[in-house]
Ligand binder design. Structure first.
Ligand SMILES: Nc1nc2c(ncn2[C@@H]2O[C@H](COP(=O)(O)OP(=O)(O)O)[C@@H](O)[C@H]2O)c(=O)[nH]1
Ligand SMILES: [Mg+2]
Length: 190
Protein backbone atom coordinates (compact mmCIF):
# COMPACT_ATOMS: atom_id res chain seq x y z
CA UNK A 1 0.00 0.00 0.00
CA UNK A 2 1.26 3.41 -0.90
CA UNK A 3 0.41 5.52 2.14
CA UNK A 4 0.66 9.21 1.58
CA UNK A 5 -0.33 10.42 4.98
CA UNK A 6 -0.87 9.10 8.48
CA UNK A 7 -1.27 10.89 11.77
CA UNK A 8 -2.29 10.41 15.36
CA UNK A 9 -5.97 11.36 15.33
CA UNK A 10 -6.85 10.97 18.99
CA UNK A 11 -6.00 9.42 22.34
CA UNK A 12 -8.97 8.28 24.44
CA UNK A 13 -8.72 7.27 28.05
CA UNK A 14 -12.40 6.63 28.35
CA UNK A 15 -14.82 5.22 25.78
CA UNK A 16 -17.16 8.17 26.41
CA UNK A 17 -14.49 10.41 24.79
CA UNK A 18 -14.75 8.52 21.50
CA UNK A 19 -15.94 10.78 18.71
CA UNK A 20 -18.64 9.58 16.33
CA UNK A 21 -16.49 8.53 13.39
CA UNK A 22 -18.05 6.90 10.35
CA UNK A 23 -14.75 5.98 8.68
CA UNK A 24 -13.72 2.34 8.20
CA UNK A 25 -11.69 0.97 11.07
CA UNK A 26 -9.11 -1.69 11.67
CA UNK A 27 -8.69 -2.57 15.35
CA UNK A 28 -5.43 -3.90 16.80
CA UNK A 29 -5.59 -6.11 19.89
CA UNK A 30 -2.83 -7.82 21.80
CA UNK A 31 -1.14 -8.46 25.09
CA UNK A 32 1.08 -5.79 26.45
CA UNK A 33 4.51 -5.96 24.76
CA UNK A 34 3.33 -8.27 21.94
CA UNK A 35 4.58 -5.81 19.29
CA UNK A 36 1.40 -3.87 18.49
CA UNK A 37 2.99 -0.44 18.16
CA UNK A 38 5.87 -1.94 16.16
CA UNK A 39 3.45 -3.53 13.68
CA UNK A 40 1.44 -0.31 13.29
CA UNK A 41 4.64 1.64 12.64
CA UNK A 42 5.80 -0.95 10.10
CA UNK A 43 2.47 -0.81 8.25
CA UNK A 44 2.42 3.00 8.25
CA UNK A 45 6.14 3.23 7.48
CA UNK A 46 6.78 5.77 10.19
CA UNK A 47 7.26 5.90 13.93
CA UNK A 48 3.84 7.12 14.94
CA UNK A 49 3.09 4.65 17.70
CA UNK A 50 5.40 4.66 20.70
CA UNK A 51 7.17 1.37 21.23
CA UNK A 52 8.54 0.31 24.57
CA UNK A 53 10.36 -2.60 26.08
CA UNK A 54 8.51 -1.84 29.31
CA UNK A 55 5.13 -3.54 29.16
CA UNK A 56 1.94 -2.30 30.75
CA UNK A 57 2.30 1.41 30.06
CA UNK A 58 -0.55 2.80 27.99
CA UNK A 59 -4.12 2.68 29.13
CA UNK A 60 -5.70 4.42 26.21
CA UNK A 61 -7.13 3.82 22.78
CA UNK A 62 -5.16 5.59 20.06
CA UNK A 63 -6.58 6.41 16.65
CA UNK A 64 -4.23 6.72 13.68
CA UNK A 65 -5.79 8.16 10.56
CA UNK A 66 -4.44 6.75 7.32
CA UNK A 67 -4.73 8.84 4.16
CA UNK A 68 -7.44 10.95 5.75
CA UNK A 69 -9.92 8.12 5.89
CA UNK A 70 -9.08 4.69 7.23
CA UNK A 71 -8.60 4.50 11.01
CA UNK A 72 -6.21 2.18 12.80
CA UNK A 73 -7.32 1.83 16.42
CA UNK A 74 -4.58 0.75 18.82
CA UNK A 75 -6.28 -0.86 21.83
CA UNK A 76 -4.61 -0.97 25.26
CA UNK A 77 -2.41 -3.99 25.87
CA UNK A 78 -3.88 -6.49 28.27
CA UNK A 79 -2.63 -9.44 30.28
CA UNK A 80 0.49 -7.91 31.75
CA UNK A 81 1.24 -9.88 34.90
CA UNK A 82 2.85 -7.09 36.86
CA UNK A 83 -0.01 -4.59 36.89
CA UNK A 84 -2.46 -4.48 39.76
CA UNK A 85 -5.77 -6.28 39.63
CA UNK A 86 -7.54 -2.91 39.48
CA UNK A 87 -5.45 -1.87 36.49
CA UNK A 88 -6.23 -5.02 34.51
CA UNK A 89 -9.93 -4.63 35.29
CA UNK A 90 -9.69 -1.08 33.88
CA UNK A 91 -8.06 -2.36 30.68
CA UNK A 92 -10.84 -4.94 30.22
CA UNK A 93 -13.49 -2.33 30.85
CA UNK A 94 -11.97 0.13 28.39
CA UNK A 95 -11.86 -2.57 25.69
CA UNK A 96 -15.45 -3.67 26.40
CA UNK A 97 -16.76 -0.07 26.46
CA UNK A 98 -14.87 0.69 23.27
CA UNK A 99 -16.33 -2.37 21.52
CA UNK A 100 -19.81 -1.33 22.60
CA UNK A 101 -19.40 2.10 20.95
CA UNK A 102 -17.07 1.82 17.98
CA UNK A 103 -18.64 2.12 14.52
CA UNK A 104 -17.82 0.68 11.12
CA UNK A 105 -15.25 -1.93 12.10
CA UNK A 106 -13.93 -3.77 9.07
CA UNK A 107 -11.31 -5.96 10.68
CA UNK A 108 -9.99 -6.99 14.09
CA UNK A 109 -6.27 -7.73 14.01
CA UNK A 110 -5.27 -9.94 16.89
CA UNK A 111 -1.56 -10.06 17.70
CA UNK A 112 -0.15 -13.17 19.31
CA UNK A 113 3.46 -13.66 20.37
CA UNK A 114 4.90 -16.50 18.23
CA UNK A 115 6.73 -17.88 21.24
CA UNK A 116 3.69 -18.15 23.49
CA UNK A 117 0.67 -18.79 21.26
CA UNK A 118 -2.78 -18.18 22.69
CA UNK A 119 -2.74 -17.41 26.41
CA UNK A 120 -5.85 -17.13 28.61
CA UNK A 121 -6.10 -13.31 28.30
CA UNK A 122 -5.97 -13.68 24.48
CA UNK A 123 -8.85 -16.13 24.58
CA UNK A 124 -10.84 -13.68 26.69
CA UNK A 125 -10.26 -10.97 24.09
CA UNK A 126 -10.98 -13.34 21.22
CA UNK A 127 -14.35 -14.14 22.82
CA UNK A 128 -15.15 -10.40 22.98
CA UNK A 129 -14.28 -9.96 19.29
CA UNK A 130 -16.17 -13.08 18.19
CA UNK A 131 -19.23 -11.80 20.02
CA UNK A 132 -19.13 -8.68 17.85
CA UNK A 133 -18.86 -10.77 14.68
CA UNK A 134 -15.87 -8.81 13.37
CA UNK A 135 -13.69 -10.48 10.75
CA UNK A 136 -10.44 -11.54 12.43
CA UNK A 137 -6.86 -11.61 11.21
CA UNK A 138 -4.26 -13.15 13.51
CA UNK A 139 -0.66 -11.92 13.39
CA UNK A 140 2.03 -14.08 14.95
CA UNK A 141 4.54 -11.47 16.08
CA UNK A 142 8.29 -11.67 16.74
CA UNK A 143 8.57 -14.53 14.26
CA UNK A 144 12.36 -13.97 14.17
CA UNK A 145 12.39 -15.69 17.57
CA UNK A 146 11.16 -19.05 16.24
CA UNK A 147 12.11 -21.31 13.32
CA UNK A 148 10.31 -21.49 9.98
CA UNK A 149 8.95 -24.94 10.78
CA UNK A 150 7.60 -23.70 14.11
CA UNK A 151 5.93 -20.81 12.26
CA UNK A 152 4.37 -23.22 9.80
CA UNK A 153 3.08 -25.48 12.60
CA UNK A 154 1.65 -22.53 14.49
CA UNK A 155 -0.17 -21.21 11.41
CA UNK A 156 -1.63 -24.69 10.76
CA UNK A 157 -2.66 -24.96 14.40
CA UNK A 158 -4.49 -21.63 14.33
CA UNK A 159 -6.33 -22.72 11.22
CA UNK A 160 -7.28 -26.19 12.45
CA UNK A 161 -8.02 -25.43 16.08
CA UNK A 162 -9.60 -22.00 15.86
CA UNK A 163 -10.47 -21.56 12.17
CA UNK A 164 -8.30 -18.42 12.15
CA UNK A 165 -6.11 -17.12 9.38
CA UNK A 166 -2.66 -16.32 10.80
CA UNK A 167 0.28 -14.50 9.24
CA UNK A 168 3.80 -14.48 10.68
CA UNK A 169 5.45 -11.12 11.16
CA UNK A 170 8.75 -9.74 12.38
CA UNK A 171 9.99 -6.16 12.46
CA UNK A 172 13.33 -7.59 11.36
CA UNK A 173 12.01 -8.68 7.98
CA UNK A 174 9.71 -7.10 5.40
CA UNK A 175 8.08 -10.48 4.69
CA UNK A 176 4.53 -10.65 5.88
CA UNK A 177 3.86 -6.92 5.66
CA UNK A 178 2.49 -6.94 2.11
CA UNK A 179 0.21 -9.86 2.91
CA UNK A 180 -1.09 -8.03 5.98
CA UNK A 181 -1.80 -4.94 3.85
CA UNK A 182 -3.47 -7.11 1.24
CA UNK A 183 -5.81 -8.56 3.88
CA UNK A 184 -6.55 -5.11 5.29
CA UNK A 185 -7.36 -3.74 1.84
CA UNK A 186 -9.57 -6.71 1.14
CA UNK A 187 -11.43 -6.17 4.41
CA UNK A 188 -12.03 -2.44 3.92
CA UNK A 189 -13.25 -2.54 0.35
CA UNK A 190 -17.03 -2.62 0.10
N1 LIG B 1 12.73 -9.49 18.14
C1 LIG B 1 11.63 -8.76 17.93
N2 LIG B 1 11.27 -7.81 18.82
C2 LIG B 1 10.14 -7.11 18.59
C3 LIG B 1 9.34 -7.36 17.44
N3 LIG B 1 8.27 -6.53 17.49
C4 LIG B 1 8.40 -5.79 18.62
N4 LIG B 1 9.54 -6.14 19.29
C5 LIG B 1 10.03 -5.55 20.56
O1 LIG B 1 9.11 -5.85 21.60
C6 LIG B 1 8.98 -4.74 22.49
C7 LIG B 1 7.53 -4.30 22.57
O2 LIG B 1 7.13 -3.80 21.33
P1 LIG B 1 5.90 -2.78 21.19
O3 LIG B 1 5.67 -2.59 19.73
O4 LIG B 1 6.12 -1.55 22.01
O5 LIG B 1 4.73 -3.65 21.85
P2 LIG B 1 3.25 -3.23 22.31
O6 LIG B 1 3.30 -3.07 23.80
O7 LIG B 1 2.41 -4.41 21.92
O8 LIG B 1 2.87 -1.99 21.56
C8 LIG B 1 9.90 -3.64 21.95
O9 LIG B 1 11.12 -3.73 22.64
C9 LIG B 1 10.07 -4.02 20.49
O10 LIG B 1 11.26 -3.57 19.92
C10 LIG B 1 9.78 -8.36 16.49
O11 LIG B 1 9.15 -8.65 15.46
N5 LIG B 1 10.92 -9.03 16.80
MG1 LIG C 1 2.05 -0.19 22.19
Amino acid sequence: MNIKRSELAGTFFNASQLPADPHPKVLFFGRSNVGKSSLINALLERRLAKTSSMPGKTLSVNYYRVDGRLVFADLPGYGYARVSKGESVRVRKLIADFLARVENVKLAVMLIDSRHGFLPPDLETLAQIVEKNFPILTILTKSDKISFSQQRDLIAQFKNKFGLLAISFSIKSPAGKSEIWRRIKEAIKE
